[in-house]
Design a protein around this ligand. Structure first.
Ligand code: NAD
Length: 317
């Protein structure tokens, strides 16, 4: 049997690099494509020596060409944290729209199956809680987060159009907050912010009164869900996330306990359009993929802390 070939865009990023590892371990020929705008080549350096791994330094919003056979495309290229996409809103809109269009064209030309990384942000500031896939969302298109949320909504729409109009094999994963090793310390999201603040002995910054909720999925669980979705026959969006919801204030307390530092909180104004509640309904993932998270927050945070400790030590030395 010939070796299957998979293209992973955003392959040098947090999630993309874990996907590269997974598909290498499964025996695939992996092509990672990334323009390194928010990613880090160090995330995939360990794969460069392998004969079944290739890296293309390329912006997927421009014409994409990959020679030879391609069986699968995972489109994960996109700035993902507010700190990034607020700085580069136009590139964010382009990678979700033009980039997705380019890759759908490539998938069609190669007869490949394509899976896109969508997000819980398509639900905006949700009026339905927990969020089910049938909920259409509450997004402000002209607010600061519109560049990301609407790029992802367009990405879903064009992917479905290629599926229904061209019969392309497509999959859509709606990813909820995910964490783990290889997250950037300074990506502005609450989990790396709290962990690095605690490790530096600084106060933990809480936006608003800390009553807003989040639910965090450990990266290994997410990757397993994506793997199962790719090989399922289900073309509609599927939520993958951990429904274990916690308020930001409780989460700050957990981080202080884990790192052994005294509770020291600083309060700052809530950013505009910050969602108040986030929790996936994962009934579909359970039913269709037989998937549910296996790693508890306590265990996932312990594993992530080890990674963050090393990074903070390097920065401080
Ligand atoms: P990340 O920033 O670590 O990775 C994104 C990667 O895409 C980076 O390596 C970046 O350099 C690359 N990239 C961006 N624009 C590109 C372009 N035009 N051409 C080529 N490469 C480009 O972010 P992540 O957390 O790994 O997120 C990956 C995907 O998952 C994104 O599509 C994001 O929207 C989605 N997602 C992530 C989360 C999460 O919790 N991490 C949640 C929901 C959705």
């Amino acid at each position: 049997m010939t070796q299957k070939r998979i293209l992973i865009t955003g392959g040098a990023g947090f999630l993309g690099s874990h996907l590269c590892d997974r598909f290498i371990n499964e025996g695939y020929y992996v092509i990672a494509m990334d323009n390194l705008i928010t990613g880090n080549i160090a995330n995939i350096e360990h794969l460069f020596k392998l004969p079944n791994f290739e890296f293309y330094h390329h912006d997927v919003s421009k014409y994409v060409h990959v020679p030879g056979q391609l069986d699968y495309i995972l489109h994960f290229a996109s700035p993902a944290s507010p700190i990034d996409y607020l700085q580069i809103p136009i590139q964010t809109l382009k990678v979700g729209s033009l980039g997705t269009h380019n890759l759908l064209g490539l998938a069609r030309a190669k007869g490949a199956r394509m899976l896109i990384a969508s997000t819980s942000e398509v639900y905006g500031d949700p009026e339905v809680h927990p969020q089910v896939e049938e909920y259409w969302g509450n997004v402000n298109p002209v607010g600061p987060r519109g560049c990301y949320d609407e790029a992802k909504r367009f990405q879903e729409a064009i992917t479905m159009a290629y599926h229904t109009h061209h019969g392309l094999e497509t999959r859509i994963v709606r990813i909820f907050n995910t964490y783990g090793p290889r997250m950037r310390l300074d990506d502005g999201r609450v989990l790396p912010a709290f962990l690095s603040q605690a490790l530096r002995g600084e106060e933990l910054s809480i936006f608003g009164d800390g009553s807003q909720t989040r639910s965090f999925c450990y990266v290994d669980d997410l990757i397993e869900g994506i793997y199962r979705l790719l090989f399922s026959d289900y073309p509609l969006p599927v939520n993958i996330g951990n429904p274990d919801e916690i308020t930001i204030k409780e989460f700050a307390e957990e981080i202080c306990n884990l790192t052994g530092v005294p509770l020291n909180l600083g309060y700052q104004p809530l950013p505009k359009d910050d969602p108040q509640k986030r929790r996936p309904n994962i009934s579909k993932a359970k039913e269709i993929l037989g998937w549910e998270p296996q790693v508890s927050r306590a265990e996932g945070l312990r594993r992530t802390l080890e990674y963050f400790k090393e990074k903070v030590e390097v920065l401080q030395s």
